[in-house]
Design a protein around this ligand. Structure first.
Ligand SMILES: Cc1cc2nc3c(=O)[nH]c(=O)nc-3n(C[C@H](O)[C@H](O)[C@H](O)COP(=O)(O)OP(=O)(O)OC[C@H]3O[C@@H](n4cnc5c(N)ncnc54)[C@H](O)[C@@H]3O)c2cc1C
Length: 499
């Protein structure tokens, strides 16, 4: 299956203009490739052919981690691969940044991303800031990685570069129309059939592969049945001309404006742009999931007029509005097809609202776990155990992250009323006490928030995969050795008897 990409891609040809500029000024030309080479992954002694459906964050990250683990990866992506004009922003919490750093991306992130100093809570109705939760150095040092803001297009370019440099093949304009789980084969639009050893379904929130693997059970405890999120940004030229935006750009923090059943958020991204998003319950069914359709403010059922003029002003500068629909459902009960040959990853596996803090992190974690586990592969017999290990490791983490992310949206989008007033009071009281170390005497409600944040941030996907291997890998390999010697013994005994 190994071969050249059908759409020839040179390393610099796909870099967005801004990235090219940063690289030209601040990095040596081959820095990303050099970084990629720094990654010290084990190589599997039995290389497998992986077919990855979807070439966004999950597909590219898995392509990289599996390829450096010694396997052959072909990514099939239905889009044309031109993501350079995608305007949105991505949050990279410490659990994601830690993996990206290990993959050698730290020098790149230092250039294209912003380190966040904390989270600032504001009100959409008045525009006022009610409190800021700072990420203190001592806490971040103990987490071993920063909370970063990065442009989607910059992250995408880096992952693509890494996957290609590692030797993965990326095929654009290739829509997969069906999957045969028993034979690990896929059919492309146009009729071509490709066969591998394992299929990785990284085809996003509306995955067409998911129903083959798991039931989607509608979620219940949520503020709305349909939630829309528009993630976009204010371009640098506009942002730098605006006084309040210049202040927001100078203080890289995640701003959350809490409103009446909705929330608005914003943070700086590379090159002087400011990413913004709006989350609101919707009754409309006009939104897609491919982050490409532009929708006018007049066409959506979100009343911008109820926001304070300062928030309205910021939203009037964003371009363009590309809303994404979220339909809540419960965390999946399995991630692997019963054949053991189809694995769900990314948002095909984790039903998260779009653009959340852990959206990309959970995807990068999937890739780290897959690459880590499959770097141990030495025999066909181990494949089913490694596939099962992926599911065993990722299911509880997925449930934890989905619950936390939905809880966060619910907490900041409480409808007007006594609960909202109590929340605002609680936040401002709790955040009036500066938290400089974990031992500080913080209020109980803030401690609960921090405990959850730290549980999310502290999770180390590589470590969890390594722990699994330390616990089960030796048993697995010993069992194989025992099986072999038992087989040998049986043959010897049979020969002795017949002799
Ligand atoms: C163009 C684009 C822009 C985005 N911008 C942002 C952003 O600014 N901020 C943010 O937080 N999140 C953004 N996201 C979403 C973000 O990538 C996801 O929320 C999350 O990281 C999960 O990634 P994923 O790879 O699992 O899913 P997705 O990012 O949704 O990717 C799924 C991929 O699978 C491909 N695909 C689907 N079906 C098929 C098929 N049958 N055959 C072949 N390929 C198929 C899709 O074209 C897509 O590229 C964007 C996604 C896309 C596709």
């Amino acid at each position: 299956m190994r071969g050249d990409s059908e759409t020839p891609v040179t390393r610099m040809s796909f870099l967005p203009n801004s990235l090219e500029r940063y690289l030209a000024v601040l990095l040596s030309a081959s820095s990303i490739v050099k970084c990629t080479k720094m990654t010290a992954y084990r190589k599997a002694s039995l290389p497998l052919d992986f077919i990855v459906i979807g070439g966004s964050t999950a597909g590219l990250a898995c392509a990289y981690s599996l390829q450096v683990a010694g396997h052959n990866v072909r990514v099939l992506e239905k889009a044309d691969g031109a993501y350079t004009n995608v305007a949105g922003g991505v949050r990279s919490p410490p659990n994601m940044t830690r993996i990206l750093n290990r993959w050698g991306l730290q020098p790149y992130l230092d250039v294209v991303a912003h380190k966040s100093r904390g989270i600032s809570f504001k009100l959409t109705g008045t525009g006022e800031t009610i409190g800021t939760s700072l990420f203190h150095d001592a806490i971040m040092r103990s987490l071993g990685a920063d909370y970063m803001f990065i442009k989607f297009s910059d992250l995408h370019a880096a992952l693509k570069d890494m996957a290609l440099s590692a030797g993965a093949v990326i095929q654009y304009n290739s829509t997969v129309v069906s999957v045969d789980p028993q034979n690990a084969s896929v059919r492309l639009e146009g009729g071509e059939v490709l066969r591998g050893d394992i299929i990785i379904a990284a085809d996003g929130f509306r995955s067409f592969v998911r129903p083959l693997v798991a039931d989607c059970i509608p979620g219940k405890s949520f503020t709305a049945n349909l939630l829309c999120e528009s993630n976009t940004s204010i371009p640098a030229e506009k942002a730098l001309r605006n006084e309040s935006l210049r202040r927001l750009l100078a203080n890289p923090e995640f701003s959350i404006w809490m409103g009446d059943g909705h929330t608005v958020w914003g943070h700086p991204v590379g090159g002087g742009s400011y990413a913004m998003g709006v989350v609101w319950p919707t009754a409309l069914d006009i939104f897609s999931d491919h982050y490409k359709d532009e929708v006018s403010v007049e066409a959506i059922d979100f009343n911008v007029a109820e926001l304070h003029s300062s928030v309205q002003e910021l939203l009037s500068l964003v371009e363009p509005l590309r809303p994404t629909l979220y339909v809540p459902y419960k965390p999946l009960e399995n991630l692997v097809h019963e054949s053991g040959k189809v694995i769900l990853v990314g948002h095909a596996a984790h039903p998260l609202p779009p653009n959340g803090t852990q959206n990309h992190a959970i995807v990068i974690e999937d890739a780290a776990v897959l690459g880590n586990l499959f770097s141990h592969l030495t025999s066909q017999e181990e494949i089913s155990a490694l596939v099962a290990a992926f599911e065993e490791i990722r299911l509880p983490r997925s449930a934890d992250v989905v619950k936390s992310e939905i809880g966060k949206i619910e907490a900041v989008a409480i409808p007007l009323g006594p609960n909202q007033a109590a929340r605002a009071d609680g936040v401002s009281t709790a955040l009036s006490i500066p938290l400089t170390s974990w031992d500080d005497d913080i209020q109980d409600n803030l401690r609960a928030e921090w405990e959850e944040l730290i549980r999310m941030f502290d999770y180390d996907a590589d470590e969890v995969a390594e722990d699994w291997w330390v616990k089960w890998g030796c048993i697995l390999q010993r069992a194989e050795a025992v099986d072999c010697s038992t087989e040998e013994a049986i043959i010897t005994v049979t020969q002795e008897r017949s002799g």
